[in-house]
Design a protein around this ligand. Structure first.
Ligand code: EPZ
Length: 419
């Protein structure tokens, strides 16, 4: 098991290219199952979650290779219909194969995903959406058993409540092969969802309203294999921006879509960061303590929940009292106790955290728990005085490629140790 050893405080200076978005790659990988042939996806980061999803697809009979950011998925022999508990329990996004298997194979056996570090993660919207397309859904010994009715899936109407990124992706992938018109309302419009819809449309799907909360799909179609380049990871970019706000310095990030960063940029500017934008790049500079802020996490284009932990680390050293309400998940605060070990003064009341800014954090051993909470602890360690040890960094490797090398290239004193 690896851990990071971080000596602080250091400032972050330099330039970094942001990688492809994990949360855009995974649904595109699942969508490859909707066509026969070789899908090619470019700008793919080499992440544990991507490698793991490749394993899932290989278990279904697909061939997968990832070389130099190019992911090739061959589905000519992909006849499998089951995603086992042993796989799905390790990565919730495995459920993305449900829609494509149901629509393309006519039947799917997918284990119900477990919870995660911060609580239950229901999939009722995925199932209700498939049922709206005529699917017969049964829960059997911890598995979702989904079958298409005689004649295949048929177009239907479904409204997501609440907004669901995964639910939108899964039901959209099933709907493109359904016979007739499907109308999906209150869809997620995260850039990663829009990227999936664009990928499907480029492969022959008939989808109107892409980028809006209402998607209108005409089917069935025969999809061509996907050919897509993955959008930049707005959460990875935001994480490095939060690092500069927290530790101080000046960093230019390239390969980004600045529009996707708007909700994050707005908050960090309010906190006193100087941020300049240019086509495909963003530069953030910060000195001294950030200004306290108040945010509620919301579906896009609101402030992203996947940046909540990182922002809380910034608020921990802000000049004043900040308030963070988690509007998406009831209890996504596993990072609070660990930030408190570093000297942060935080009080949690339900889904709302009050952060009393302190001048400096103090290095200490801490425990990573989930992907984004772990990233927040690493950023806090860069800014803290003394040595911070972040244990269980496999959480971070799921969604950040070589984060220690990238932070070190900006001046952080961080090394990985195997223990
Ligand atoms: C996606 O998860 C992301 N994961 C998450 O990022 C992200 O936090 C989340 O969207 C919200 O933006 C991937 O894209 C792989 P949801 P997802 O369905 O699809 C409730 C990361 O760090 N809900 O949009 O699982 C749910 O409980 C990860 O990269 C239902 O009630 O999230 C939550 O309160 C962590 N029923 C809300 O909707 C359902 O059937 C939003 O969840 C589905 C969801």
């Amino acid at each position: 098991m690896d851990r990071f050893v971080i000596e602080g405080p250091t400032r972050l200076e330099g330039e970094l290219e942001v990688g492809g978005a994990k949360n855009a790659v995974l649904p595109l990988m699942a969508a490859a199952l909707l066509a026969r042939g070789d899908s090619i996806i470019q700008n793919v980061p080499d992440l544990h979650d991507v490698r793991f999803f490749m394993t899932i697809l290989e278990g279904l009979g697909a061939t997968c290779s990832l070389v130099g950011g190019e992911l090739r998925l061959g589905t000519a022999e992909a006849e499998g219909r089951e995603a086992s508990y042993d796989l799905v329990r390790k990565m919730r996004a495995s459920i993305y194969v449900l829609g494509p298997l149901l629509a393309f194979q006519g039947e799917a056996f997918v284990s119900l995903p477990g919870g995660c570090a911060w609580g239950p993660r229901p999939v009722n919207l995925h199932l209700e959406g498939m049922a709206a397309l005529g699917a017969e859904i049964a829960l059997e010994r911890g598995y979702i058993h989904a079958r298409v009715p005689r004649g295949g899936l048929r177009g239907g109407r479904f409204r997501f409540e609440p907004v669901s990124v995964g639910g939108t992706c899964n039901v959209l992938m099933a709907a493109v092969l359904a016979r007739g018109e499907t109308v999906l309302e209150n869809c997620a419009i995260e850039p990663e969802v829009t990227a999936l819809a664009i990928g499907l449309r480029d492969a022959g799907a008939v989808i109107e309203g892409i980028g809006t909360p209402t998607l209108r799909i005409q089917g069935p179609v025969t999809l061509r294999p996907l050919q897509q380049t993955v959008i930049a990871d707005r959460i990875e970019a935001g994480t490095f921006m939060a690092g500069v706000a927290l530790a101080g310095g000046r960093v230019r990030l390239t390969g980004v879509d600045t529009v996707h960063l708007d909700p994050i940029t707005a908050v960090l500017r309010e906190m006193g960061c100087a941020i300049t934008e240019e086509p495909g790049a963003i530069t953030i500079a910060a000195d001294g303590r950030p200004v306290a802020t108040e945010i509620i996490t919301r579906p896009y284009p609101g402030f992203p929940t996947d940046m909540q932990a990182q922002l809380m680390a910034v608020c921990a050293v802000a000049d004043g009292t900040s308030f963070i309400s988690e509007g998406i998940y009831a209890d996504r605060f596993t990072h609070v106790a660990e930030l408190q070990r570093l000297g942060a003064d935080i009080r949690v009341d339900g889904a709302r955290a009050t952060i009393f800014g302190v001048p400096k954090l103090q290095g200490a051993p801490v425990m990573a728990s989930d992907l984004r909470a772990s990233a927040a602890l690493v950023l806090a360690g860069v800014a803290a005085e003394g040595t911070t040890i972040v244990n269980r960094v496999y959480h971070i490797d799921r969604g950040y490629e070589c984060i220690e090398e990238r932070l070190a290239s900006l001046g952080a004193r961080i090394r990985r140790e195997s223990v």
